[in-house]
Design a protein around this ligand. Structure first.
Ligand code: AP5
Length: 218
């Protein structure tokens, strides 16, 4: 695979997290999910978590300042040296500009931006059926990706699962509005730089992975 600094873009429930984890396992480059970082901050009750909690539950976007600081700290850590997959960041034009500055300052660059394209109509079912292992975080779906043995995590054997608080039909609507209004304008931003590749996120998970690997190799 050519690119080692990758941005995965796409709507809520589009499959970014699922694909980022598969790439991470296969190529050993870390997944940087701002959503996961924020959920960890909420669970730990940090000042960032306290500020983000209500915004996330309402399906809005957390302030650029918080997000940019969080990602700058994370990218500076040694495990990002080999590369990283950005999942859920950048989500606004100021975040994309801040990322350019951040990478430019360390003589790094983004190799590819992949849009996982899925129409809105498919996303509510994807999101409301999602659950994950409470112990290791492995992701599943009620219909599309069940554990091999019902009630037991494939990866760690735990029998405890959780569902996200913002995974309900009402919040999905706000998250989709935020995506179309604030994040979709980034697609032309990256297209102009010749970095954008689009893949069909409506296909089964393994097919999406194949498209992704092809897009990254090309
Ligand atoms: P975040 O955690 O980033 O959520 P999101 O963008 O809404 O994306 P999701 O995690 O919901 O979806 P996904 O694309 O990863 O889909 P998944 O692979 O799980 O952000 C949460 C909140 O944090 C935001 O609303 C905001 O408040 C805040 N935030 C985060 N980053 C921010 C930022 N940069 N700036 C400001 N605020 C920020 O797939 C979904 C389900 O579908 C799963 O169950 C999966 O098994 C299934 N599935 C996946 N692919 C397929 C397939 N091909 N076919 C069938 N099923 C599939």
């Amino acid at each position: 695979m050519k690119g080692t600094r990758i941005i995965l873009m796409g709507p809520p429930g589009g499959g970014k997290g699922t694909q980022a984890k598969l790439l991470q396992d296969k190529y050993g480059i870390v997944q940087l999910s701002t959503g996961d970082m924020l959920r960890a901050a909420v669970a730990a009750g940090t000042p960032v978590g306290k500020e983000a909690k209500a915004i996330m539950e309402a399906g809005g976007l957390v302030s650029d300042d918080i997000i940019i600081r969080m990602i700058a700290d994370r990218i500076a850590q040694p495990d990002c040296g080999k590369g990283f997959i950005l999942d859920g960041f950048p989500r606004t034009v100021p975040q994309a500009e801040a990322l350019d500055k951040l990478l430019g300052g360390s003589a790094m660059k983004i190799d590819a931006v992949i849009e996982v394209r899925v129409p809105d109509a498919m996303l509510v079912e994807r999101i409301t059926g999602r659950f994950s292992c409470a112990k290791c975080g492995a992701g599943y779906h009620d219909s599309f990706h069940k554990p091999k043995k019902e009630g037991v995590c494939d990866d760690c054997g735990s029998t405890e699962f959780t569902r996200r608080k913002d995974d309900n039909a009402e919040t999905v609507k706000s998250r989709l509005e935020a995506y179309h209004a604030q994040t979709a304008p980034l697609l032309p931003y990256y297209e102009k730089q010749g970095l954008l590749r689009v893949i069909d996120g409506t296909a089964p998970i393994a097919d999406v992975t194949r498209q992704l690997e092809k897009a990254l190799a090309g």
